[in-house]
Design a protein around this ligand. Structure first.
Ligand code: DGY
Length: 425
């Protein structure tokens, strides 16, 4: 079964391979997505190291001059996706979106480097990539944390990767929809509309895009101008972890300045993360920077915080929280608490399980010595794929496959998990 799943996963990766980048899945997402790419590289690395490096090289080749790395790179024309380059209007030679996504590239580069069999290629690639990734991290703290709190804010739900999380519901009430003209969504022609964000949410997504576009995508202005400014513990944890990984690798590759700066950013982030802990929820929670108050929402963002080197007692408390969630579902880790009234097991980030998040949570738990909970998450992940295939996400109670099928990062995680850990299948 294990070999069969790995072969199938490799087939998914090769079907979605466009030569120098992969699409997340044919149809629904026909371009290069930022965190999809970096995580997919982990899968490629197990059978084609040069191809893994190319994936990250291509992503970073489209970094903006200010350091931002966009969430979509529109390598070719495709009318099957909305909003396309004309809506973003970022004015790039190869069109890109104007917002970013979780910065997993630093983590991925270190992991692929450290496991590489071709050490000379790995150090050559990592040496070229680290200054770019470091500049991206500096961009976050400069443009998304202008007050120097140690935590960065997201300005658009699409930046979080968790587009329609319950976490954004209250803040989204403040995002108007006036001036958003008619548009035709394309996602709902590729995927079941009941699995996707609502039309009301889409209008607000587009309002934010138009507002940022009207500010010329000037990142020195966007933070203060946005009515949506949310500090997400999961996102910050990914940034902190990547800073730490950049620091470690840069130190070993003879780049002491980058190492020291990256280490300082990670340390400040870890200290600041403590302000997001909620005793009531038993996990971290988001903070609504525009409203100046915490977001009382039990989502996976507050559990993904364990991907950063948080204090051991916090990691232990998160393991307890996960075990509690396991009583309310059949497959860990639901993206929202199944006992909460807003939970929806099919709808994108309001309940379904996502393998990439499972992988990062399990990795963080493992690093913190919480191996049994990490094992359980990986075993559930594999059971889910065995039962329901390489879907974009799955219902945590019924295992129903949701969203796009034949999904690159789901396949990459299966390859990564089987090749790295002992998992029964
Ligand atoms: C989408 O189009 O659904 C993406 O999540 C936004 O990048």
């Amino acid at each position: 079964m294990k070999e069969e799943l790995i072969q199938h996963a490799r087939q998914v990766l090769s079907d979605n391979d466009r030569g120098t980048y992969t699409v997340p899945t044919h149809g629904l997402y026909p371009f290069q997505w930022n965190w999809d790419s970096a995580l997919s590289a982990l899968g490629f690395a197990h059978f084609d190291e040069p191809r893994a490096w190319t994936e990250i090289d291509t992503l970073m080749a489209h970094q903006w001059e200010d350091g931002m790395v966009p969430h979509i790179i529109f390598h070719q024309k495709d009318d099957g996706y909305f909003p396309g380059p004309d809506v973003w209007a970022t004015g790039r030679t190869v069109p890109t979106s104007g917002i970013t996504q979780p910065p997993v590239a630093g983590f991925a580069v270190r992991r692929i480097h450290d496991r590489a069999t071709d050490k000379s290629l790995a150090s050559q690639k990592a040496k070229a990539l680290l200054p770019k990734i470091h500049a991206w991290h500096q961009w976050f703290y400069r443009c998304r944390d202008p007050q120097g709190t140690g935590l960065i804010a997201l300005l658009h739900p699409w930046e979080s990767g968790r587009d329609n999380s319950v976490d954004w519901d209250d803040a989204f009430e403040r995002v108007p929809t006036d001036g958003v003209g008619d548009f035709v969504r394309r996602d709902t022609s590729h995927a079941n509309p009941a699995h996707r964000p609502t039309d009301e949410q889409y209008k607000r997504y587009i309002w934010l895009v138009q507002t940022f576009r009207d500010l010329g995508w000037d990142n020195s202005k966007l933070h203060d101008a946005s009515p949506f400014r949310i500090v997400d513990p999961g996102f910050n944890a990914i940034l902190i972890r990547s800073c730490q990984d950049v620091a470690d690798l840069a130190g070993r590759l003879g780049m002491p300045e980058i190492a020291a700066e990256a280490r300082a950013m990670a340390d400040r982030g870890i200290a600041a993360m403590e302000s997001l802990w909620s005793d009531a929820l038993g996990q971290y929670q988001c903070y609504d920077r525009a409203a100046g108050k915490p977001v009382d929402s039990a989502s996976i963002g507050g559990i993904l915080a364990v991907f950063a080197p948080i204090p051991k007692d916090r990691a232990a408390a998160l393991a307890v929280r996960i075990v509690k969630l396991a009583k309310a579902c059949n497959y860990l880790v639901p993206s929202h608490d199944p006992t909460a009234p807003e939970f929806d097991g099919l709808r994108y980030w309001r309940g379904p399980v996502w393998l990439i998040v499972n992988y990062m949570i399990a990795d963080g738990l493992e690093c913190a010595g919480q191996s049994s909970t990490a094992d359980r998450i990986r075993a559930d992940s594999v059971r889910l794929i065995e039962r329901s295939g390489f879907a974009e996400y799955h219902d945590p109670i019924t295992a129903e496959p949701c969203g796009g099928a034949h999904f690159t990062w789901t396949a990459a995680m299966v390859i990564e998990i089987f090749n790295t850990y002992e998992v029964a299948a």
